[in-house]
Design a binder for this molecule. Sequence first.
Ligand code: NDP
Length: 450
Amino acid sequence: MTHAAAKAHIEAVAETARTRSHNEPEFLQAMDEVLDTLVPALVEHPEFIEAGILERLIEPERQIIFRVPWLDDQNRVQVNRGFRVQFNSALGPFKGGLRFHSSVNLSVIKFLGFEQIFKNALTRQRIGGGKGGSDFDPHGKSDAEVMRFCQSFMTELYRHIDDQTDVPAGDIGVGAREIGYLFGQYRRLTGRHESGVLTGKGKVWGGAEVRTEATGYGAVFFAQEMLNRTGEDIDGRRAVVSGSGNVAIYAIEKITQLGGVPVTASDSSGYVVDEQGIDIGLLKQVKEVERARISEYAARKPNARFVANGSVWDVPAELAFPCATQNELTVQGARALLDSGVRIVAEGANMPTTPEAVVMLQQSGVLFAPGKAANSGGVATSALEMSQNAARDRWDFEQSETRLRAIMRDVHDSTYEASERFGRPGDYVLGANTAGFVTVAEAMLDQGVI
Ligand code: NDP
């Protein structure tokens, strides 16, 4: 297999997808990002081409779209759209979160599900890739409205999931509260306390220690591994973090624990800068307990300031952790980060950096950690939750964090090794895509044309 033939094959597959999924820009962006890096893997494995692996990989095994009717507090009927895309189960049950956000559509869920296939493979936890969600926006809704919505959502979803088939978890807009309501309705509909059907559960009824912290902590552990490889460290370095949800909060917490100084947090209304380092207790109070806007942090913390219109990437730092949403770090943001001497960009969110910005950062010698690898600690810990549920066991915090740390080291090492093996040492994008791809492709090859 020549380089040119592998490239031509990829182009033909991508062209089919562009025709078939022409109205799915986020999915096509995620697909191109992966396919563009697979030439060396296909040159080494021509059998993947013969077996039609790419053609099958870009097509979900199943996608479910459903109506979610619910009553608001004024007793008015509201209707949202629900999704579950079961992308690939060659390695294990479909696994991936549920996103509740007004921007959710099939394209967004397919992009997330596609990424999830490779991310889950990198964790070596025997889980397939899937994703779901709804265009429901929990912001400003009462607890009772969120509960009724979740119950209606699960009234359809329960037919398609169980602990051996498909195991959803949280994502944007879906935290412990939503997982609780979803699990309650699943239990009522099935009459089974099937702990392993959802992850991110409350700790007293089957949730794992460190699952809440895992994605943010994992992203920082991954960054630490990258820095350690070049003899550097997080200790004493300033960090910019975007977002103030689950991933951002625990990235900020771990950066602080490792001696770094995270100086920002943001939400869709703006960002705060706290030169003393973000006060994690206050941040949790404002965002986790009160579900308030990030400006509230600055209102209560002397010397912190809130910036309503602007880019968090304009704040100078050596470490950058985009932890909010897709395409939030553009070329403009990358240029600002480069001007301030950024050393590492580690994606806590999924696909937060635009393709052009990734190229710019990599070409400037910045250590760039793609979300597939850097934020895989969340799903890896979800898989640990599934193991504990299956064994009716419960690990303590220390044991769970030790496992997470070991998994992140392993994800880092296999990603780096793949980057070396396929000719571009230190290109973690190429490394993550190819390491994940080869694992899934081998499983698909073994299991025949299905
Ligand atoms: P949360 O809902 O807890 O927080 C999301 C944060 O991002 C909020 O601060 C939110 O602000 C902000 N945000 C969301 N959309 C936008 C937008 N369009 N513009 C500006 N800010 C926005 O979600 P998570 O922290 O769980 O998820 C964050 C990212 O991490 C997502 O990309 C997710 O897919 C990814 N991820 C999450 C994992 C997990 O375990 N939770 C695992 C792996 C990846 P606001 O409240 O104003 O909307």
